[in-house]
Design a protein around this ligand. Structure first.
Ligand SMILES: NC(=O)c1ccc[n+]([C@@H]2O[C@H](COP(=O)([O-])OP(=O)(O)OC[C@H]3O[C@@H](n4cnc5c(N)ncnc54)[C@H](O)[C@@H]3O)[C@@H](O)[C@H]2O)c1
Length: 288
């Protein structure tokens, strides 16, 4: 149990309104913080809040959330396309596309917007956090805070310690995750951290197995659910994560370790090229 106080983390910024960004907004707002969601367009920021509003509404209908609690959560959230609106944030968690150049550029810009005390975190799944940290003037205040999908439901958070991070930054990130009701683990800055480094060879090999004609997508999913007691099979999980994000994760793992197990299966690459990205586009290994 981490004893570090997070009382000074009052306002949290979230960059990106995709699957993870929207989930992070809910997690941070439920923890009682003021949350500012920043997306590239006001429309996409508003759309993420509208989706969150209807999701929380369903929870109220099912009796899992009180209506006034829902209103309080939503009342703490604002949505914007203006990066400067994050100026007062004590912590910003970036969750945009898994692309190192995009993230570095965003952190460099953000660095000039926030106050020097602010902690900047990336929700990257695999990318080198130190490279993102070095794009800022305060690399000691940058770390990874890696949530899992769907962020409001999944208990684990990996806190990634780049070589440049201060002990205080890591302790605050761990304590922040705990204050959001998560189980936090600390991990050094290497591709895939703990979970994805172990998970993605398995997911990738499932695709290769299907390509070889060993079994159907449905039967591989059924086999791994029933045979290993996994909550979902590998194809269902790939579609949930997003095939573009999955490909980026495998590419980052392969670049770092050179292990052939990380060489992305051909059909994964082709599906991404075709825009079949999983649940988020309505079509991946399955149709939604
Ligand atoms: N999907 C998962 O299961 C999962 C789990 C943990 C962490 N992550 C990480 O979270 C981050 C976001 O993933 P996601 O699944 O929410 O992706 P997503 O595709 O749902 O959303 C990506 C977001 O990035 C924005 N974006 C795209 N290009 C951009 C650019 N050039 N500049 C600024 N914003 C841009 C999009 O508008 C969108 O808001 C990635 O780093 C990913 O690795 C994903």
């Amino acid at each position: 149990m981490d004893e570090t106080s997070t009382d000074h983390i009052v306002t949290v910024g979230v960059l990106g309104s995709g699957i993870m960004g929207a989930g992070l907004v809910e997690v941070a707002a439920r923890s009682g913080r003021t949350v500012i969601l920043r997306s590239r367009t006001q429309e996409s920021a508003d759309a993420a809040i509208a989706k969150l509003t209807s999701g929380l509404g369903r929870q109220v209908d099912k009796g899992r959330l009180e209506a006034d609690e829902r209103d309080a959560i939503l009342g703490r959230i604002t949505a914007t396309s203006d990066l400067h609106a994050l100026a007062e944030c004590d912590l910003v968690v970036e969750s945009v596309v898994e692309d190192l150049d995009v993230k570095k550029e965003l952190f460099a810009t953000l660095d000039a917007v926030v106050e020097p005390h602010a902690i900047l975190a990336t929700n990257t799944s695999t990318l080198p956090v130190v490279e993102i940290a070095m794009a800022t003037s305060h690399p000691d205040r940058v770390c990874g805070i890696h949530f899992f999908n769907p962020a409001p439901m999944m208990k684990l958070v990996e806190v990634i310690r780049p070589l440049t991070a201060s002990d205080d930054t890591i302790a605050t990130a761990l304590a922040f995750a705990s204050s959001c009701g998560k189980d936090a683990v600390e991990v050094v800055d290497r591709a895939g951290f703990i979970v994805n480094a172990l998970l993605f060879p398995y997911l990738n090999n499932a695709v290769k197995m299907w390509e070889q004609g060993t079994a159907s997508i449905e039967d591989i999913d059924t086999a791994m659910q029933g045979g290993c007691n996994f909550p979902m099979g590998p194809f269902a999980l790939l579609d949930l994560v997003g095939l573009d994000t999955s490909l980026a994760i495998l590419d980052a793992l392969h670049t770092e370790f050179g292990d052939p197990n990380f060489m992305a299966a051909t059909s994964l690459k082709r599906m991404v090229a075709a825009g079949h990205l999983g649940r988020k586009t309505g079509r991946g290994f399955r149709a939604y």
